[in-house]
Design a protein around this ligand. Structure first.
Ligand SMILES: [Zn+2]
Length: 679
């Protein structure tokens, strides 16, 4: 008799990090069993060395460059480990560290796949195999599928962790604690970032987001880097609500009022305390003052226009999303509260009845799950580059509307209000009313027959790719459908580019005509394909999603992008910048920065198109116009550290970028401040 493989693998781990296991109030809820999808981990041949866990998405490499040491691998398929849900949580056991990283990363991936209705793919390798130019610049040619992220649990002796987008790797550091006082953490004790649920989930999210929108790593606006950070924190935060014991414990402790201080809204407990704070590193609802007393955040409508450092700016967005969650939760427990209190809404003193705690926890978990799903799905409704918080809000509202046109629980209103309280707006729209924030449904302009033909083509893509489960096959087949002689590129070119400028209007791309006309506008001419300006098809994603009311939605999301070189006229005395209308240049033809001078940028535009396969209609087109002068000037000012958007704040983007590598969990600038704080 053959026994089918199990559906899940159970692995013990920390809900937060080791620091909560040494506190009496939280120790009993800090250890839990992660349930990750079962997969066959790399088999090791008999007699040879065991290998580190290597599955469909991840490859753990436990090499410590500081000591030149390889740590012994954990064999998660060992029958003894399988029978006891993996190794017991332990700070001193590197094999447990490998298990913890694996469990949390796989949990994060699962949450994305559920929300997106498709498999997670890592960002592809770009430009490998192409010769470097004399300046070491590589051509931006997509090249190659990345099956697995490489994960190094003990990569650095540093109070930090990184996603490295060029190496497709996650690097976790470890360091000696330097707490503000000994009650918070033993000074000198070792803190492993790879044992923190929040840090692992955060870095994994950076990698997944990079796989979805690779242009989001370009710092073209104060919001873009901040968005990457904020989104990574949002995912880590809302995953807290999927741990039932912690959730009930905190609901009981706060008597159901999650606006009070609680660990669900806090990130990186041990890391924060070990680097000189009184509490967690980041807190979505409050913070400790210099007196060591925790106070709730009061949102300020000036925040968005004044706070520019990207981690701090990111926390505005995290605060907004968490605030929206709290409002929805509060509204949804009102009825439970009335029933529990005989209509008064006033809870009696003393401990809450466990049934009431259960009911509240159930609601909190449901709402948190909804919010996490909406926040992830919103990425499919965002432009492919230059994302702002306003774009994200529009993505959230539209994604939710697209799944459920009725908003009976007021989710969308809660999001809009929370964003407004922090001064986050969406430029270019009439008002912050929901109907204005929603992207236009079924945008017109293209001939209906053409849209239907394209829809039919995309349906073929779905029929051929939709049944595949192997991620490399999904990648390769999708590429074939983009490039092939009857591929999407050809489809768009044959049918749309000639459509009297309507396609340009819809997508924000430019197709000015022959070679001379393209190059005059700074666009590359495509000899072989369009016989007009070239453009890139970034993604073709199939989404097969279940709506909250149980309907199945079949969509294809396509992103298109172009870039052009833009030159500016700058008057330092007057602090004015204008686009040099004669200075557009084709980006790949830039010889050197020196020859061109500093006053230029590489500017991107394009769109995200969402097709409905059941009705063969174009549902949404979310664009960033490649010919938008105001956006060009904004990006130039930002990249050149000039006064931005008439706000009073000056900042220097280049200086900030040089402070830490991309996608550090901790910004070194902020770390210094934290480190001094409290001494
Ligand atoms: Zn980060």
């Amino acid at each position: 008799m053959t026994i089918p493989p199990p559906a899940i693998r159970r692995l013990r781990g920390y809900a937060s990090d080791p620091s909560l296991s040494i506190s009496l109030s939280t120790m009993q809820v800090n250890e839990l069993v992660y349930q990750v999808k079962w997969e066959q981990l790399e088999e090791r041949s008999k007699g040879s060395h065991a290998t580190w866990p290597q599955g469909e998405y991840l490859e753990i490499v436990d090499y410590d460059p500081a000591t030149g040491k390889f740590y012994c691998p954990v064999d998660l398929d060992d029958p003894h480990l399988l029978a006891q849900d993996g190794l017991a949580p332990s700070v001193s056991n590197p094999q447990f560290h490998q298990q913890m990283v694996y469990a949390v990363m796989m949990t994060t991936i699962k949450n994305f796949e559920r929300a997106l209705g498709r498999k997670v793919q890592w960002a592809e390798l770009i430009g490998r195999g192409k010769p470097k130019t004399s300046k070491g610049k590589r051509d931006e040619v997509p090249f190659g599928f990345v099956p697995r992220l490489r994960v190094y649990p003990h990569a650095l002796r540093q109070a930090n962790a990184f996603y490295d987008p060029t190496k497709k790797a996650l690097l976790f550091g470890y360091f000696a604690a330097a707490p503000a006082n000994v009650q918070l953490q033993l000074p000198g004790s070792t803190v492993f970032t790879c044992l923190s649920h929040d840090i692992i989930a955060h870095e994994t999210t950076h990698a997944i987001l990079d796989g979805m929108h690779r242009r989001y790593i370009l710092a073209t606006h104060p919001d873009t880097r901040a968005f990457h950070e904020a989104f990574a924190d949002i995912v880590a935060l809302f995953q807290h609500f999927t741990f039932p014991d912690v959730l009930k414990h905190q609901i009981a402790k706060t008597r159901g009022d999650l606006r009070r201080q609680n660990i669900l809204g806090q990130l990186a407990q041990q890391f924060g305390k070990a680097t000189g704070s009184y509490g967690s590193l980041r807190d979505a609802i409050g913070s400790y003052g210099d007196d060591g007393v925790w106070k709730p955040h009061i949102p300020n409508p000036d925040d968005y226009s004044t706070v520019m450092e990207f981690h701090a700016r990111g926390s505005i967005l995290v605060g907004a999303v968490f605030d929206a969650f709290l409002s929805i939760y509060q509204r949804r427990i009102e009825r439970t509260m009335r029933i529990a209190t005989g209509g008064t809404g006033l809870l009696p003193d003393g401990e809450l009845h466990p049934d009431l705690v259960d009911a509240m926890a159930e609601t909190a978990a449901k709402v948190a799950g909804d919010v996490l799903r909406i926040c992830i799905r919103a990425l499919d409704y965002c432009p492919p580059m230059d994302i702002t918080f306003g774009d994200y809000l529009r993505g959230i509202v539209t994604a939710d509307f697209d799944m459920e046109s009725e908003d009976i629980h007021g989710y969308r209103v809660a999001f809009v209000e929370a964003f407004q309280r922090r001064g986050i707006s969406a430029p270019g729209i009439k008002s912050m009313a929901i109907e204005d924030l929603l992207h236009e449904l079924n945008p017109r302009g293209l001939q209906p027959g053409l849209v239907e033909q394209l829809g039919n083509f995309l349906r073929t893509v779905k029929e051929n790719v939709g049944y595949l489960t192997d991620r490399s096959k999904i990648y390769e087949r999708t590429k074939d459908f983009i490039r092939g002689s009857t591929g999407l590129h050809k489809q768009l070119e044959a049918k749309f580019l000639s459509d009297e400028g309507k396609f340009s209007e819809l997508t924000g791309l430019m197709f000015p005509g022959d070679k001379a006309a393209c190059e005059k506008q700074g666009l590359e001419y495509a000899y072989l394909t369009t016989k007009n300006a070239s453009y890139a098809i970034g993604n073709v994603w199939l989404a097969n999603r279940v709506t909250p009311s149980g309907n199945i939605v079949n969509q294809v999301i396509v992103t298109l992008a172009q870039k052009r070189g833009v030159q500016f006229k700058v008057d330092d005395k007057e602090d004015t910048v204008s686009v040099d209308e004669k200075g557009f240049f084709v980006p790949d033809k830039v010889i050197t920065r020196d020859k061109r001078g500093p006053n230029h940028i590489i500017f991107g535009g394009g769109c995200t198109l969402i097709f409905d396969l059941d009705t063969l209609t174009l549902r949404y087109a979310v664009k960033k116009d490649i010919d938008d002068r105001a956006r060009m000037i904004r990006q130039f000012r930002y990249e050149h550290g000039m006064q931005f958007d008439d706000s009073e704040t000056y900042f220097d983007n280049r200086a900030m970028n040089s402070l830490s590598g991309p996608f550090a969990f901790m910004h070194s600038h902020a770390l210094q401040k934290k480190g001094n704080h409290g001494h």
